[in-house]
Write a protein that binds this ligand. Structure first.
Ligand code: FES
Length: 133
């Protein structure tokens, strides 16, 4: 087994453990991608493919990119909209929203991370879904 294959197994082990232990909000996918030298697009494609099979909606952190490209494409408004949604929510149902620096996907701006899932492009229906939940 090559070291690349071993790294994928390490990633898969961490991913499946996060699902099993329901602590996906602490699953730092970007750190794993860097540490294991994995292809960022393949990892996100993998996570997104299985995303709907699991419920990660509890306690996920929504990271809104505030890099220049994403701000110019409306991410400040996305951040405000999610923050505003919290005003009508009880504390247990508050969204965990945080601004982050560039997610290195500027050509697909605006970008955000909804838990481990990378959200890109002008289709902001994912924001609508979260706000309505
Ligand atoms: S500025 Fe948002 S991904 Fe780079």
């Amino acid at each position: 087994m090559s070291s690349h294959e071993q790294n994928w197994w390490i990633f898969l082990d961490a991913w499946s453990s996060a699902i099993k232990n329901k602590n996906f909000d602490q699953f730092d996918v970007n750190k794993l991608i860097t540490d294991l030298d994995l292809d960022i697009n393949l990892v996100h494609e993998f996570i997104n493919y299985f995303r709907d099979d699991f419920s990660f909606t509890k306690n996920i952190i929504i990271s809104i990119c505030m890099g220049a490209s994403c701000r110019s494409k409306g991410n400040e408004q996305v951040f405000s909209r999610l923050e505003d949604a919290n005003k009508s929510r009880i504390p247990e149902r508050q969204l965990q929203v945080k601004p982050v620096l560039c997610l290195s996907e500027c050509n697909q701006a605006p970008c955000s991370m909804n838990g481990p899932k990378l959200q890109t492009g002008d289709d902001l229906s994912w924001v609508d879904r979260i706000v309505k939940e």
